[in-house]
Design a protein around this ligand. Structure first.
Ligand SMILES: Cc1cc2nc3c(=O)[nH]c(=O)nc-3n(C[C@H](O)[C@H](O)[C@H](O)COP(=O)(O)OP(=O)(O)OC[C@H]3O[C@@H](n4cnc5c(N)ncnc54)[C@H](O)[C@@H]3O)c2cc1C
Length: 288
């Protein structure tokens, strides 16, 4: 059977519950649609080639909730909801992302989960959540599984998600929730821009004012965002005060593999990332 415009006859499905949604995915080989802000641009002039499972009515996976050990970001939580939900300081970096993703219209529609599932190297939501050791929950008709975000994204627009799975939640352990965090993004202009480099940092301090835990992640400078583990180790025990950025050396950026493209050269990306990492750490200790 052909649909209108001569394409294949497709169904647009709008389930009301997560159970219904995963059952439809299992039976229809449909593709998930959330805010559509990556989905539709990716189609360009083409029509969808498979059934569309619109998950925007799944109220049960919308919003942020605080449990005793974990913070749960539901799989349909928009950037605007991230901004409006009172949350601990370790979420300041994610809120800074929410403020800068596209425009207000994009923030109202676009979801955190969509950003992670689309898995662009320039997805701004990835570095702050990597820095929080976030885990993603994937639900299918067969049940749920949890995967560390560091493993979930495997490459440029590649993830471990199976076609019949919905990213139903992002989980963050309540471990360093009062640690200051920062997110800095460099683009060719101030707003509505794809990142040339972006950095998220979280710095926890002990009672003596020294760094007891530090997490730094850089995006747009490799096929998937990277944590700078050697730098994180080098920061432990340093006084958490102005000047901490001087501890960041070029070698600490060795996990990155930036490329030349229309937005910037690899060399510029590396240089800009060094500056952004230093500034993000200064912002964290300045906000203590
Ligand atoms: C003008 C404009 C500006 C933008 N600016 C930025 C920016 O500054 N920074 C940035 O990072 N991004 C930006 N984006 C990209 C986009 O807005 C974000 O990545 C957004 O978070 C995507 O979420 P969504 O709900 O719209 O995803 P969708 O477009 O609905 O989906 C994206 C992909 O993820 C899949 N998917 C979505 N949700 C789920 C789920 N819960 N489970 C399983 N699969 C799912 C879909 O099948 C699709 O493949 C911009 C986009 C536009 C159009």
């Amino acid at each position: 059977m052909t649909g209108c415009f001569g394409g294949p006859a497709l169904l647009y499905l709008r389930p009301k519950t997560l159970d219904e949604a995963v059952a439809l995915l299992a039976s229809s080989s449909g593709q998930v649609l959330a805010g559509g802000t990556d989905f539709y641009p990716a189609l360009g002039e083409r029509l969808p080639q498979r059934d569309v499972v619109d998950i925007t009515s799944l109220a049960e996976i919308r919003g942020i909730s605080f449990e005793s050990k974990w913070i749960r970001i539901g799989g349909l939580t928009t950037w605007t909801e991230v901004l409006r939900t009172p949350s601990p300081r370790c979420f300041d970096a994610l809120k800074a992302v929410a403020r800068e993703v596209g425009s207000v219209q994009i923030q109202n529609r676009g979801t955190v989960a969509g950003n992670l599932c689309n898995a662009s190297p320039a997805a701004d939501g990835v570095p702050p959540l990597l820095a929080l050791d976030a885990e993603v929950e994937l639900t299918s008709a067969g049940g749920s599984r949890r995967v560390p975000l560091s493993q979930f994204i495997t490459g440029n627009r590649k993830t471990l998600r199976n076609a019949d799975e919905i990213l139903s939640a992002v989980w963050v352990l309540r471990q360093i929730e009062n640690a200051p965090s920062a997110f800095l993004k460099l683009g060719a202009r101030r707003y509505l821009v794809i990142s040339i480099s972006m950095v998220a940092a979280v710095v926890q301090t002990d009672e003596a004012g020294r760094v007891s835990d530090a997490r730094v992640a850089v995006g747009s400078c490799s096929a998937r965002a990277q944590r700078l583990h050697d730098l994180e180790q080098a920061l432990i025990g340093l006084p958490a005060r102005s000047g901490i950025g001087a501890a960041v050396k070029g070698d600490h950026l060795s996990p990155l593999s930036p490329i030349d493209d229309v937005r910037a050269t690899a060399e510029y990306r590396r240089d800009a990332s060094l500056t952004l990492v230093r500034r993000a750490l200064e912002a964290c200790v300045g906000a203590r």
